[in-house]
Design a protein around this ligand. Sequence first.
Ligand SMILES: [Zn+2]
Length: 539
Amino acid sequence: MFERAFRAWVCAVFLSWMCAAAQVPTHADILRGEYGPYRANNDLLFYHLDVRVDPEKKFIGGKNTIRFRMLKDGTRIQLDLHEALHVDKILLGSTALHYERDSGAVFVDFPETLRAGRVYTIDFYYSGYPVETGRFGGIAFRKDPSGHAWVNTACEGIGASVWWPNKDQWRDEVENMQISVSIPNGMVDVSNGRFMGKTDLGDGYTRWDWRVHYPINNYDVSLNIGNYQHFADRLGNLPLDFYALPEDLDKAKKQFVQAKGMLEAFQHYFGKYPFRKDGYKLIEVPYAGMEHQSAVTYGNHFANGYLERDWTGVGISPRFDFIIVHESAHEWFGNSITAADMSDMWIHEGWATYLECLYVEYMWGREDGLKYTNGYKSKVRNAQPIIAPRGVNSEPPQDMYFKGALFLNTLRSVVNDDLRWWALIRGFYQRFKYRNIMTEDMVEYFNRETGTNLTPVFDQYLRHTALPTLELTFDDAQGTVRYRWKADEPAFAMPVGVGTKDHSQIIRPTTEWQTMKTPLPRDRFEVATDLYYVNVAKK
Ligand SMILES: [Zn+2]
Protein backbone atom coordinates (compact mmCIF):
# COMPACT_ATOMS: atom_id res chain seq x y z
CA MET A 1 0.00 0.00 0.00
CA PHE A 2 2.74 2.46 0.97
CA GLU A 3 4.89 1.56 -1.98
CA ARG A 4 2.00 2.13 -4.37
CA ALA A 5 1.05 5.42 -2.79
CA PHE A 6 4.67 6.55 -2.75
CA ARG A 7 5.23 5.61 -6.37
CA ALA A 8 2.06 7.41 -7.38
CA TRP A 9 3.27 10.53 -5.59
CA VAL A 10 6.72 10.36 -7.17
CA CYS A 11 5.15 9.94 -10.59
CA ALA A 12 2.87 12.91 -10.10
CA VAL A 13 5.42 15.30 -8.69
CA PHE A 14 8.79 14.63 -10.28
CA LEU A 15 8.88 11.95 -12.87
CA SER A 16 5.53 11.66 -14.56
CA TRP A 17 7.08 11.67 -18.03
CA MET A 18 9.64 9.08 -17.05
CA CYS A 19 7.15 6.75 -15.37
CA ALA A 20 4.86 6.92 -18.39
CA ALA A 21 7.67 6.25 -20.83
CA ALA A 22 9.12 3.28 -18.98
CA GLN A 23 6.13 1.25 -17.80
CA VAL A 24 7.53 -1.49 -15.66
CA PRO A 25 6.19 -4.87 -16.80
CA THR A 26 4.40 -6.82 -14.08
CA HIS A 27 5.25 -10.39 -13.10
CA ALA A 28 2.09 -11.51 -14.93
CA ASP A 29 3.14 -9.59 -18.08
CA ILE A 30 6.51 -11.31 -18.07
CA LEU A 31 4.88 -14.73 -17.62
CA ARG A 32 2.52 -13.99 -20.53
CA GLY A 33 5.01 -12.18 -22.75
CA GLU A 34 8.30 -13.99 -22.32
CA TYR A 35 9.12 -17.01 -24.45
CA GLY A 36 10.55 -18.69 -21.37
CA PRO A 37 12.31 -22.08 -21.05
CA TYR A 38 9.09 -24.03 -20.44
CA ARG A 39 7.63 -22.65 -23.65
CA ALA A 40 10.80 -22.86 -25.72
CA ASN A 41 11.34 -26.54 -24.87
CA ASN A 42 8.34 -27.63 -26.98
CA ASP A 43 6.66 -27.04 -30.34
CA LEU A 44 2.87 -27.06 -30.66
CA LEU A 45 1.34 -29.44 -33.19
CA PHE A 46 -2.39 -29.69 -32.57
CA TYR A 47 -5.27 -28.61 -30.34
CA HIS A 48 -8.69 -30.14 -30.04
CA LEU A 49 -10.72 -27.64 -28.06
CA ASP A 50 -13.92 -29.38 -26.96
CA VAL A 51 -16.17 -27.19 -24.81
CA ARG A 52 -19.73 -26.95 -23.57
CA VAL A 53 -21.17 -23.47 -23.20
CA ASP A 54 -24.20 -22.62 -21.07
CA PRO A 55 -25.25 -19.15 -22.25
CA GLU A 56 -27.78 -18.64 -19.45
CA LYS A 57 -25.38 -19.52 -16.63
CA LYS A 58 -22.47 -17.82 -18.47
CA PHE A 59 -20.51 -20.98 -17.86
CA ILE A 60 -17.92 -22.81 -19.95
CA GLY A 61 -16.26 -26.16 -19.39
CA GLY A 62 -14.51 -28.93 -21.28
CA LYS A 63 -11.03 -29.82 -22.36
CA ASN A 64 -8.24 -28.93 -24.70
CA THR A 65 -6.28 -31.86 -26.08
CA ILE A 66 -2.78 -30.50 -26.69
CA ARG A 67 -0.24 -32.30 -28.86
CA PHE A 68 3.34 -31.04 -28.92
CA ARG A 69 6.85 -32.15 -29.83
CA MET A 70 9.58 -31.73 -27.24
CA LEU A 71 12.58 -29.79 -28.57
CA LYS A 72 14.69 -30.41 -25.46
CA ASP A 73 14.51 -33.02 -22.74
CA GLY A 74 12.39 -31.69 -19.88
CA THR A 75 9.89 -32.41 -17.13
CA ARG A 76 7.90 -29.16 -17.22
CA ILE A 77 5.98 -27.09 -19.77
CA GLN A 78 4.15 -23.77 -19.45
CA LEU A 79 0.51 -23.38 -20.47
CA ASP A 80 -1.85 -20.55 -19.60
CA LEU A 81 -5.35 -20.19 -18.18
CA HIS A 82 -6.98 -17.10 -16.66
CA GLU A 83 -7.12 -17.19 -12.87
CA ALA A 84 -10.93 -16.97 -12.91
CA LEU A 85 -11.15 -20.45 -14.47
CA HIS A 86 -10.70 -23.72 -12.62
CA VAL A 87 -8.22 -26.43 -13.65
CA ASP A 88 -10.21 -29.66 -13.24
CA LYS A 89 -7.41 -32.06 -14.14
CA ILE A 90 -4.55 -32.48 -16.60
CA LEU A 91 -3.96 -35.98 -17.95
CA LEU A 92 -1.14 -37.69 -19.84
CA GLY A 93 -2.99 -40.82 -20.95
CA SER A 94 -4.62 -41.85 -17.68
CA THR A 95 -1.93 -40.30 -15.47
CA ALA A 96 -3.00 -37.15 -13.63
CA LEU A 97 -0.25 -34.54 -13.84
CA HIS A 98 0.79 -32.13 -11.14
CA TYR A 99 0.69 -28.47 -11.97
CA GLU A 100 1.48 -25.12 -10.40
CA ARG A 101 -0.47 -21.95 -11.08
CA ASP A 102 1.19 -18.53 -11.08
CA SER A 103 -1.15 -15.69 -12.09
CA GLY A 104 -2.22 -16.67 -15.63
CA ALA A 105 0.43 -19.36 -16.12
CA VAL A 106 -0.05 -23.07 -15.48
CA PHE A 107 3.24 -24.97 -15.14
CA VAL A 108 2.60 -28.65 -15.88
CA ASP A 109 5.02 -31.20 -14.38
CA PHE A 110 5.63 -34.68 -15.76
CA PRO A 111 6.63 -37.66 -13.60
CA GLU A 112 9.25 -38.75 -16.16
CA THR A 113 11.49 -36.78 -18.47
CA LEU A 114 9.91 -35.95 -21.83
CA ARG A 115 12.43 -36.64 -24.56
CA ALA A 116 13.49 -34.24 -27.29
CA GLY A 117 12.00 -35.18 -30.66
CA ARG A 118 9.11 -37.19 -29.20
CA VAL A 119 5.46 -36.21 -29.54
CA TYR A 120 3.21 -36.07 -26.46
CA THR A 121 -0.51 -35.47 -26.00
CA ILE A 122 -2.18 -34.19 -22.85
CA ASP A 123 -5.82 -33.46 -22.00
CA PHE A 124 -6.36 -30.23 -20.08
CA TYR A 125 -9.81 -30.19 -18.40
CA TYR A 126 -11.17 -26.89 -17.11
CA SER A 127 -14.40 -25.12 -16.20
CA GLY A 128 -15.81 -21.97 -14.72
CA TYR A 129 -17.28 -18.53 -15.21
CA PRO A 130 -14.93 -16.52 -17.44
CA VAL A 131 -14.61 -12.80 -16.74
CA GLU A 132 -15.64 -10.27 -19.35
CA THR A 133 -12.57 -8.11 -19.86
CA GLY A 134 -10.40 -6.39 -22.46
CA ARG A 135 -11.27 -4.23 -25.45
CA PHE A 136 -14.02 -6.46 -26.89
CA GLY A 137 -14.93 -8.46 -23.79
CA GLY A 138 -12.60 -11.48 -24.17
CA ILE A 139 -15.68 -13.69 -24.01
CA ALA A 140 -19.01 -11.92 -23.71
CA PHE A 141 -22.36 -13.43 -22.84
CA ARG A 142 -24.96 -11.04 -24.28
CA LYS A 143 -28.51 -10.99 -25.65
CA ASP A 144 -29.34 -9.99 -29.21
CA PRO A 145 -31.99 -7.28 -29.77
CA SER A 146 -34.77 -9.91 -29.87
CA GLY A 147 -33.67 -11.43 -26.58
CA HIS A 148 -31.82 -14.55 -27.79
CA ALA A 149 -28.53 -15.47 -26.14
CA TRP A 150 -25.49 -14.18 -28.07
CA VAL A 151 -22.04 -15.34 -26.97
CA ASN A 152 -18.90 -14.08 -28.74
CA THR A 153 -15.19 -14.17 -28.15
CA ALA A 154 -12.64 -11.47 -29.06
CA CYS A 155 -9.53 -11.79 -26.96
CA GLU A 156 -6.52 -10.33 -28.79
CA GLY A 157 -4.54 -8.41 -26.18
CA ILE A 158 -6.03 -9.99 -23.07
CA GLY A 159 -5.21 -13.39 -24.58
CA ALA A 160 -7.07 -16.57 -25.49
CA SER A 161 -6.41 -18.05 -22.05
CA VAL A 162 -9.17 -15.73 -20.81
CA TRP A 163 -11.59 -18.46 -21.97
CA TRP A 164 -9.61 -21.64 -22.80
CA PRO A 165 -6.33 -23.29 -21.76
CA ASN A 166 -3.48 -23.05 -24.29
CA LYS A 167 0.14 -21.99 -24.77
CA ASP A 168 -0.84 -18.33 -24.83
CA GLN A 169 1.88 -16.53 -26.79
CA TRP A 170 2.47 -15.55 -30.42
CA ARG A 171 5.65 -17.36 -31.48
CA ASP A 172 4.36 -20.92 -31.64
CA GLU A 173 1.18 -22.04 -33.40
CA VAL A 174 -0.46 -25.42 -33.81
CA GLU A 175 -0.31 -26.80 -37.35
CA ASN A 176 -4.04 -27.43 -37.38
CA MET A 177 -6.92 -27.63 -34.95
CA GLN A 178 -10.30 -29.06 -34.19
CA ILE A 179 -13.00 -27.06 -32.40
CA SER A 180 -16.08 -28.73 -30.90
CA VAL A 181 -18.69 -26.55 -29.26
CA SER A 182 -21.71 -27.99 -27.46
CA ILE A 183 -24.58 -25.54 -27.08
CA PRO A 184 -28.32 -25.70 -26.35
CA ASN A 185 -30.35 -27.17 -29.22
CA GLY A 186 -31.64 -24.59 -31.69
CA MET A 187 -28.64 -22.26 -31.39
CA VAL A 188 -25.86 -21.95 -33.96
CA ASP A 189 -22.10 -21.89 -33.32
CA VAL A 190 -19.77 -20.43 -35.93
CA SER A 191 -16.09 -21.07 -35.24
CA ASN A 192 -12.96 -21.07 -37.41
CA GLY A 193 -12.27 -23.51 -40.20
CA ARG A 194 -14.54 -25.80 -42.15
CA PHE A 195 -17.88 -26.88 -40.71
CA MET A 196 -17.73 -30.68 -40.31
CA GLY A 197 -21.25 -31.31 -38.99
CA LYS A 198 -23.33 -31.26 -35.83
CA THR A 199 -24.42 -34.00 -33.46
CA ASP A 200 -27.46 -34.02 -31.20
CA LEU A 201 -26.11 -35.12 -27.82
CA GLY A 202 -29.57 -36.16 -26.58
CA ASP A 203 -29.40 -34.01 -23.44
CA GLY A 204 -30.75 -30.79 -24.87
CA TYR A 205 -27.34 -29.89 -26.34
CA THR A 206 -25.90 -30.15 -29.85
CA ARG A 207 -22.20 -30.32 -30.65
CA TRP A 208 -20.91 -28.25 -33.58
CA ASP A 209 -17.61 -29.49 -35.07
CA TRP A 210 -15.15 -27.32 -36.99
CA ARG A 211 -11.76 -28.21 -38.46
CA VAL A 212 -8.99 -25.67 -39.03
CA HIS A 213 -6.57 -26.92 -41.72
CA TYR A 214 -3.83 -24.30 -41.14
CA PRO A 215 -1.69 -22.81 -38.38
CA ILE A 216 -3.78 -20.42 -36.26
CA ASN A 217 -3.10 -17.75 -33.59
CA ASN A 218 -4.61 -18.53 -30.20
CA TYR A 219 -6.49 -15.23 -30.13
CA ASP A 220 -8.06 -15.99 -33.54
CA VAL A 221 -9.80 -19.09 -32.18
CA SER A 222 -13.40 -18.04 -31.70
CA LEU A 223 -16.91 -18.94 -30.71
CA ASN A 224 -19.93 -17.13 -32.11
CA ILE A 225 -23.05 -18.61 -30.58
CA GLY A 226 -26.38 -17.08 -31.48
CA ASN A 227 -29.63 -17.15 -33.39
CA TYR A 228 -27.75 -16.96 -36.69
CA GLN A 229 -29.14 -17.31 -40.19
CA HIS A 230 -26.75 -18.55 -42.84
CA PHE A 231 -26.38 -17.69 -46.51
CA ALA A 232 -23.65 -18.68 -48.92
CA ASP A 233 -21.89 -17.61 -52.08
CA ARG A 234 -18.68 -18.50 -53.92
CA LEU A 235 -15.74 -16.67 -55.43
CA GLY A 236 -14.49 -19.15 -58.02
CA ASN A 237 -14.12 -22.33 -55.98
CA LEU A 238 -13.70 -20.49 -52.64
CA PRO A 239 -16.77 -20.98 -50.42
CA LEU A 240 -18.06 -17.77 -48.83
CA ASP A 241 -20.35 -18.24 -45.83
CA PHE A 242 -22.22 -15.45 -44.13
CA TYR A 243 -24.01 -15.41 -40.78
CA ALA A 244 -26.36 -12.67 -39.55
CA LEU A 245 -29.27 -12.28 -37.14
CA PRO A 246 -32.66 -12.81 -38.86
CA GLU A 247 -33.61 -9.13 -38.45
CA ASP A 248 -30.40 -8.06 -40.24
CA LEU A 249 -30.43 -10.67 -42.99
CA ASP A 250 -31.53 -8.34 -45.83
CA LYS A 251 -28.99 -5.69 -44.87
CA ALA A 252 -26.26 -8.34 -44.61
CA LYS A 253 -27.09 -9.74 -48.06
CA LYS A 254 -26.54 -6.25 -49.54
CA GLN A 255 -23.47 -5.24 -47.53
CA PHE A 256 -21.55 -8.52 -47.54
CA VAL A 257 -21.39 -8.46 -51.36
CA GLN A 258 -18.33 -6.26 -50.77
CA ALA A 259 -16.40 -9.31 -49.55
CA LYS A 260 -15.90 -10.35 -53.20
CA GLY A 261 -14.24 -7.12 -54.35
CA MET A 262 -12.07 -7.16 -51.23
CA LEU A 263 -10.92 -10.74 -51.89
CA GLU A 264 -10.24 -9.95 -55.56
CA ALA A 265 -8.16 -6.90 -54.64
CA PHE A 266 -5.97 -8.69 -52.08
CA GLN A 267 -5.59 -11.81 -54.25
CA HIS A 268 -4.47 -9.47 -57.06
CA TYR A 269 -1.65 -7.99 -54.94
CA PHE A 270 -0.57 -10.93 -52.78
CA GLY A 271 -1.83 -14.19 -54.23
CA LYS A 272 -4.51 -16.65 -53.24
CA TYR A 273 -6.67 -16.26 -50.14
CA PRO A 274 -4.58 -18.13 -47.54
CA PHE A 275 -7.22 -20.39 -45.97
CA ARG A 276 -8.96 -21.93 -48.98
CA LYS A 277 -9.74 -25.30 -47.34
CA ASP A 278 -11.43 -23.46 -44.47
CA GLY A 279 -13.37 -21.03 -46.69
CA TYR A 280 -14.07 -17.38 -45.91
CA LYS A 281 -16.76 -16.41 -43.41
CA LEU A 282 -18.27 -13.12 -42.21
CA ILE A 283 -20.22 -13.26 -38.96
CA GLU A 284 -22.35 -10.54 -37.38
CA VAL A 285 -21.31 -9.65 -33.80
CA PRO A 286 -22.19 -6.93 -31.26
CA TYR A 287 -18.72 -5.25 -31.38
CA ALA A 288 -16.96 -3.50 -34.30
CA GLY A 289 -15.10 -6.50 -35.74
CA MET A 290 -12.14 -8.81 -35.47
CA GLU A 291 -9.93 -10.75 -37.85
CA HIS A 292 -10.67 -14.26 -36.52
CA GLN A 293 -8.99 -16.56 -39.05
CA SER A 294 -11.40 -17.67 -41.83
CA ALA A 295 -14.24 -16.43 -39.57
CA VAL A 296 -14.01 -12.64 -39.67
CA THR A 297 -16.46 -10.97 -37.31
CA TYR A 298 -18.45 -7.92 -38.30
CA GLY A 299 -20.29 -5.23 -36.31
CA ASN A 300 -20.05 -2.17 -38.57
CA HIS A 301 -23.82 -1.40 -38.75
CA PHE A 302 -24.08 -2.69 -42.36
CA ALA A 303 -22.93 0.72 -43.52
CA ASN A 304 -19.88 2.07 -45.34
CA GLY A 305 -17.09 3.92 -43.52
CA TYR A 306 -16.17 2.94 -39.97
CA LEU A 307 -19.14 2.95 -37.59
CA GLU A 308 -20.84 5.30 -40.07
CA ARG A 309 -17.97 7.83 -39.94
CA ASP A 310 -15.67 9.00 -42.74
CA TRP A 311 -12.69 7.23 -41.16
CA THR A 312 -9.79 9.10 -42.79
CA GLY A 313 -11.81 12.29 -43.35
CA VAL A 314 -11.08 12.75 -47.05
CA GLY A 315 -14.36 11.53 -48.57
CA ILE A 316 -13.13 8.08 -49.68
CA SER A 317 -13.96 5.96 -46.64
CA PRO A 318 -17.76 6.30 -47.27
CA ARG A 319 -17.34 4.31 -50.51
CA PHE A 320 -16.63 0.98 -48.75
CA ASP A 321 -17.15 -0.99 -45.57
CA PHE A 322 -14.04 -0.39 -43.45
CA ILE A 323 -14.49 -3.50 -41.29
CA ILE A 324 -14.93 -5.93 -44.20
CA VAL A 325 -11.75 -4.57 -45.82
CA HIS A 326 -9.52 -4.00 -42.76
CA GLU A 327 -10.35 -7.16 -40.80
CA SER A 328 -10.17 -9.38 -43.87
CA ALA A 329 -6.81 -7.84 -44.85
CA HIS A 330 -5.52 -9.55 -41.69
CA GLU A 331 -6.08 -12.94 -43.36
CA TRP A 332 -2.87 -12.14 -45.28
CA PHE A 333 -1.10 -10.00 -42.64
CA GLY A 334 -1.80 -11.08 -39.07
CA ASN A 335 -3.20 -14.57 -39.67
CA SER A 336 -1.11 -16.01 -42.49
CA ILE A 337 1.99 -13.92 -41.73
CA THR A 338 2.03 -13.40 -37.96
CA ALA A 339 4.35 -11.44 -35.69
CA ALA A 340 6.25 -13.73 -33.32
CA ASP A 341 5.93 -11.22 -30.46
CA MET A 342 3.26 -8.63 -29.72
CA SER A 343 6.00 -5.94 -29.81
CA ASP A 344 6.01 -6.25 -33.64
CA MET A 345 2.24 -6.13 -34.07
CA TRP A 346 2.70 -3.43 -36.74
CA ILE A 347 3.30 -6.41 -39.08
CA HIS A 348 -0.43 -7.03 -38.58
CA GLU A 349 -1.83 -3.54 -38.22
CA GLY A 350 0.52 -1.41 -40.34
CA TRP A 351 0.19 -3.85 -43.21
CA ALA A 352 -3.59 -4.30 -42.83
CA THR A 353 -3.97 -0.50 -42.88
CA TYR A 354 -1.73 -0.33 -45.95
CA LEU A 355 -3.91 -3.01 -47.56
CA GLU A 356 -6.90 -0.67 -47.13
CA CYS A 357 -4.92 1.87 -49.17
CA LEU A 358 -4.18 -0.78 -51.81
CA TYR A 359 -7.86 -1.72 -51.89
CA VAL A 360 -8.74 1.93 -52.61
CA GLU A 361 -6.08 2.05 -55.33
CA TYR A 362 -7.34 -1.21 -56.88
CA MET A 363 -10.96 0.02 -56.91
CA TRP A 364 -10.57 3.74 -57.70
CA GLY A 365 -7.01 4.36 -58.84
CA ARG A 366 -3.67 5.66 -57.64
CA GLU A 367 -4.76 9.23 -56.88
CA ASP A 368 -7.57 8.18 -54.54
CA GLY A 369 -5.29 5.59 -52.96
CA LEU A 370 -2.78 8.31 -52.12
CA LYS A 371 -5.48 10.64 -50.86
CA TYR A 372 -6.85 7.92 -48.57
CA THR A 373 -3.34 7.04 -47.32
CA ASN A 374 -2.45 10.65 -46.52
CA GLY A 375 -5.77 11.06 -44.72
CA TYR A 376 -4.19 8.89 -42.03
CA LYS A 377 -1.63 11.61 -41.16
CA SER A 378 -4.21 13.32 -38.94
CA LYS A 379 -4.25 10.23 -36.69
CA VAL A 380 -0.48 9.87 -36.17
CA ARG A 381 0.95 11.00 -32.82
CA ASN A 382 4.72 10.31 -33.15
CA ALA A 383 4.83 9.98 -29.35
CA GLN A 384 6.15 6.41 -28.93
CA PRO A 385 8.06 4.07 -31.24
CA ILE A 386 5.89 1.69 -33.27
CA ILE A 387 7.83 -1.34 -32.03
CA ALA A 388 7.18 -1.93 -28.32
CA PRO A 389 9.50 -3.65 -25.80
CA ARG A 390 9.89 -7.33 -26.65
CA GLY A 391 8.86 -10.29 -24.51
CA VAL A 392 6.81 -8.41 -21.91
CA ASN A 393 3.29 -8.61 -23.37
CA SER A 394 3.45 -4.92 -24.36
CA GLU A 395 0.96 -3.69 -26.96
CA PRO A 396 2.41 -1.08 -29.33
CA PRO A 397 0.79 2.39 -29.69
CA GLN A 398 -1.87 3.20 -32.30
CA ASP A 399 0.80 4.62 -34.60
CA MET A 400 1.45 0.99 -35.62
CA TYR A 401 -1.67 1.32 -37.80
CA PHE A 402 -1.47 4.75 -39.39
CA LYS A 403 2.23 5.56 -39.31
CA GLY A 404 2.87 1.92 -40.24
CA ALA A 405 0.81 2.32 -43.44
CA LEU A 406 2.35 5.73 -44.22
CA PHE A 407 5.80 4.19 -43.77
CA LEU A 408 4.99 1.39 -46.26
CA ASN A 409 3.76 4.03 -48.71
CA THR A 410 7.09 5.84 -48.18
CA LEU A 411 8.98 2.61 -48.82
CA ARG A 412 7.15 2.28 -52.15
CA SER A 413 8.42 5.76 -53.09
CA VAL A 414 11.94 4.82 -52.01
CA VAL A 415 11.77 1.84 -54.40
CA ASN A 416 10.34 4.30 -56.97
CA ASP A 417 9.35 1.62 -59.48
CA ASP A 418 5.80 0.30 -59.11
CA LEU A 419 6.37 -2.92 -61.02
CA ARG A 420 9.25 -3.68 -58.70
CA TRP A 421 7.20 -2.68 -55.67
CA TRP A 422 4.32 -5.03 -56.60
CA ALA A 423 6.81 -7.88 -57.04
CA LEU A 424 8.52 -7.03 -53.74
CA ILE A 425 5.39 -7.01 -51.57
CA ARG A 426 3.95 -10.10 -53.27
CA GLY A 427 7.32 -11.83 -52.84
CA PHE A 428 7.43 -10.78 -49.18
CA TYR A 429 4.01 -12.27 -48.53
CA GLN A 430 4.75 -15.47 -50.43
CA ARG A 431 8.11 -15.89 -48.70
CA PHE A 432 6.69 -15.67 -45.17
CA LYS A 433 3.07 -16.91 -45.46
CA TYR A 434 1.91 -19.25 -42.65
CA ARG A 435 4.97 -18.19 -40.62
CA ASN A 436 5.66 -16.19 -37.46
CA ILE A 437 8.26 -13.50 -38.07
CA MET A 438 9.85 -10.41 -36.57
CA THR A 439 10.56 -7.03 -38.18
CA GLU A 440 14.18 -8.13 -38.69
CA ASP A 441 12.99 -10.82 -41.14
CA MET A 442 11.19 -8.17 -43.15
CA VAL A 443 14.16 -5.77 -43.12
CA GLU A 444 16.49 -8.55 -44.24
CA TYR A 445 14.13 -9.45 -47.09
CA PHE A 446 13.83 -5.85 -48.34
CA ASN A 447 17.57 -5.20 -47.99
CA ARG A 448 18.40 -8.31 -49.97
CA GLU A 449 15.76 -7.88 -52.66
CA THR A 450 16.48 -4.18 -53.24
CA GLY A 451 20.26 -4.51 -52.83
CA THR A 452 20.07 -1.45 -50.56
CA ASN A 453 20.74 -1.05 -46.85
CA LEU A 454 17.30 0.09 -45.73
CA THR A 455 17.89 -0.79 -42.06
CA PRO A 456 18.35 2.85 -40.93
CA VAL A 457 15.12 3.79 -42.75
CA PHE A 458 13.13 0.97 -41.09
CA ASP A 459 14.71 1.81 -37.73
CA GLN A 460 13.96 5.54 -37.95
CA TYR A 461 10.26 4.94 -38.65
CA LEU A 462 9.73 1.96 -36.36
CA ARG A 463 12.16 2.32 -33.45
CA HIS A 464 12.16 6.11 -32.92
CA THR A 465 9.32 8.52 -32.31
CA ALA A 466 10.24 11.44 -34.61
CA LEU A 467 9.80 11.54 -38.36
CA PRO A 468 12.93 12.31 -40.38
CA THR A 469 13.11 16.04 -41.18
CA LEU A 470 14.48 17.27 -44.50
CA GLU A 471 16.41 20.46 -43.69
CA LEU A 472 16.68 22.88 -46.61
CA THR A 473 18.77 26.07 -46.56
CA PHE A 474 18.31 28.33 -49.58
CA ASP A 475 20.77 30.78 -51.04
CA ASP A 476 18.62 32.68 -53.54
CA ALA A 477 21.55 34.86 -54.69
CA GLN A 478 23.62 31.79 -55.59
CA GLY A 479 20.57 29.81 -56.81
CA THR A 480 21.45 26.90 -54.55
CA VAL A 481 19.90 24.87 -51.78
CA ARG A 482 21.74 22.88 -49.12
CA TYR A 483 19.97 19.79 -47.82
CA ARG A 484 20.36 17.03 -45.28
CA TRP A 485 18.26 14.70 -43.12
CA LYS A 486 17.84 15.38 -39.43
CA ALA A 487 17.15 11.95 -37.94
CA ASP A 488 17.89 9.85 -34.88
CA GLU A 489 19.63 7.21 -37.00
CA PRO A 490 23.15 8.53 -37.78
CA ALA A 491 23.29 6.53 -41.03
CA PHE A 492 19.81 7.60 -42.15
CA ALA A 493 19.84 8.04 -45.94
CA MET A 494 16.68 8.13 -48.00
CA PRO A 495 15.94 9.45 -51.48
CA VAL A 496 13.13 11.98 -51.69
CA GLY A 497 11.26 13.77 -54.49
CA VAL A 498 11.65 17.56 -54.66
CA GLY A 499 10.94 20.41 -57.11
CA THR A 500 7.47 21.21 -58.39
CA LYS A 501 4.61 18.90 -59.37
CA ASP A 502 5.57 19.28 -63.06
CA HIS A 503 9.34 19.30 -62.67
CA SER A 504 10.30 16.96 -59.87
CA GLN A 505 13.55 15.16 -59.25
CA ILE A 506 14.85 12.62 -56.78
CA ILE A 507 17.66 13.77 -54.49
CA ARG A 508 19.61 11.50 -52.14
CA PRO A 509 20.11 13.31 -48.86
CA THR A 510 22.06 11.79 -45.98
CA THR A 511 22.67 13.28 -42.53
CA GLU A 512 25.57 15.30 -44.05
CA TRP A 513 25.00 18.59 -45.87
CA GLN A 514 24.98 18.52 -49.68
CA THR A 515 24.40 21.42 -52.09
CA MET A 516 22.52 21.54 -55.39
CA LYS A 517 21.61 24.18 -57.92
CA THR A 518 17.94 25.06 -58.16
CA PRO A 519 16.10 27.68 -60.20
CA LEU A 520 13.28 27.55 -57.64
CA PRO A 521 13.04 30.06 -54.80
CA ARG A 522 12.31 28.79 -51.31
CA ASP A 523 8.51 29.18 -51.50
CA ARG A 524 8.19 27.28 -54.81
CA PHE A 525 10.59 24.45 -53.91
CA GLU A 526 8.32 21.60 -52.84
CA VAL A 527 8.92 18.21 -51.23
CA ALA A 528 6.67 15.30 -52.27
CA THR A 529 5.30 14.75 -48.77
CA ASP A 530 2.33 12.78 -50.14
CA LEU A 531 4.77 10.11 -51.34
CA TYR A 532 7.31 10.35 -48.51
CA TYR A 533 6.07 10.75 -44.94
CA VAL A 534 8.64 13.29 -43.73
CA ASN A 535 8.88 16.70 -42.10
CA VAL A 536 10.37 19.63 -44.00
CA ALA A 537 12.24 22.57 -42.43
CA LYS A 538 13.11 25.43 -44.81
CA LYS A 539 15.51 28.25 -43.99
ZN1 LIG B 1 -6.46 -4.61 -37.46
